[in-house]
Design a protein around this ligand. Structure first.
Ligand SMILES: [Zn+2]
Length: 396
């Protein structure tokens, strides 16, 4: 495992020390301050022989995400078995794989980022963590905080999927339901954190959630035989996973673990009822404007203005990617299609991706033989109440 060399600002490239807990860049000349990337000296890990030795010895003490401990901070992990999720080959589309993140602890991809954030919080001796969440980050923080013996203070919209509320309460977190959206929750955390002594683990406002999420990039490349797919479809709320995967691709190329120059097209998918990134992408803008009256049953996509909007838009353009918005009706139809024809119960966010995939197949932008990874970021079972409502299904 490497020592952290320094933290690097994504905007002004200032270098900050990782000796103490950091949030966002303190050197940026203007606001919003840049998110921080964790940088290591990776030179001792260069080459495919090191890579293959790591893969061969991966069954050691830290299962799952710990497979990539050689490119994660050298500290004792708080782990519940997150990561190394299945890559399921579609029964109908020869080039398509579903990355089944529902197999994570707490049933979603959020486990990866919060495992790493809580690991570092314990390392730094932090006692109280706070997060605004659209739902699943709250559940994951609550679980890992419980495992670490740290307080979790959670703020999420009153109408989150019920599972998110139940799990957070069960894990013993301090839960506040807010009349509003994640942006309103973020405002409350920002206003109260200093007085309450909370450390804010909001999306892209601490450096280590990206480190956890980057393991999705390492995993999908390893699971495809250390080769890039042609495209990665990612449901984009806060966009940490997209940013983390892109960082993983940069690192793997530096490491000589994958052939450079043929990275996948990154395809960000949002809901038509909350599509700030897709709108900014279409307008050629560098940042997203806040989306008004956000509404979709894909709860994780109700993020009116992601903090990492500029980074996300950069990645989409650099990868020759695209941002798409799909309607709730298309999302519901895709949930039922994949459940009935593939045996996979997608989350609404995951089904936004499969709906977008169908659209690009229909338009001819993609062929069914193109190698694509479709991210199902959470288990459909976490959304039984909102999905049942969309299906107009009631208990008989
Ligand atoms: Zn900066």
């Amino acid at each position: 495992m490497p020592e952290i060399a320094y933290l690097e600002c994504s905007r002004c490239h200032a270098r900050l020390s990782a000796e103490m807990p950091q949030t966002v860049c303190t050197q940026c000349p203007d606001q919003p301050a840049g998110s921080l990337y964790v940088r290591y000296d990776l030179s001792p890990l260069h080459g495919t022989s090191v890579r293959d030795a790591i893969a061969a010895g991966a069954s050691s003490t830290w299962k799952g995400m710990g497979r990539y401990s050689s490119v994660l901070p050298d500290v004792l992990p708080v782990t519940l078995g997150e990561g190394w999720t299945p890559m399921l080959k579609s029964r109908r589309f020869p080039g398509a794989w579903v990355k089944e993140e529902g197999a994570n602890p707490t049933g979603t991809f959020k486990a990866r980022g919060l495992a790493m954030a809580v690991t570092m919080a314990r390392h730094y001796g932090l006692k109280k963590l706070a997060v605004p969440s659209a739902g699943n980050a709250a559940g994951a923080l609550a679980a890992y905080a419980a495992a670490a013996g740290i307080e979790a203070h959670i703020f999420m919209p009153r109408d989150v999927p019920f599972a998110n509320y139940v799990e957070a309460v069960a894990y013993g977190a301090h839960v506040t339901l807010v009349d509003g959206l994640i942006s309103d929750c973020a405002r409350i955390v920002a206003e109260r954190k200093q007085q309450e002594g909370w450390f804010d683990v909001s999306t892209l406002k601490e450096p280590f959630r990206v480190e956890g999420k980057k393991t999705m990039g390492y995993e999908l490349v390893e699971q495809l035989g250390w080769e890039y797919p042609d495209a990665v479809f990612y449901p984009t709320g806060g966009g940490v996973g997209l940013i983390g995967m892109w960082k993983a691709f940069e690192e793997m190329e530096q490491l000589g673990w994958v052939k450079p120059g043929c990275r996948p097209r990154m395809i960000a998918v949002q809901a038509a009822g909350c599509a700030p990134v897709a709108r900014a992408y279409d307008a050629g803008a560098d940042v997203a404007a806040a989306w008004q009256n956000a509404s979709t049953f894909a709860a994780g996509l109700r993020v009116p203005k992601p903090y990492g909007d500029a980074i996300i838009l950069d990645i989409l353009r650099a990868s020759n990617g695209i941002a798409l918005a799909v309607a709730d009706e298309e999302i519901l139809a895709s949930i039922l299609d994949w459940a009935r024809n593939e045996g996979i119960f997608l989350s609404p966010e995951g089904a936004s991706v499969t709906a977008a995939y169908n659209r690009l197949l229909a338009s001819g932008a993609l062929k069914s033989s193109d190698r694509v990874v479709l991210f199902n970021t959470g288990a459909g079972l976490k959304y039984t109440d909102v999905t049942a409502e969309a299906m107009k299904l009631q208990r008989p």
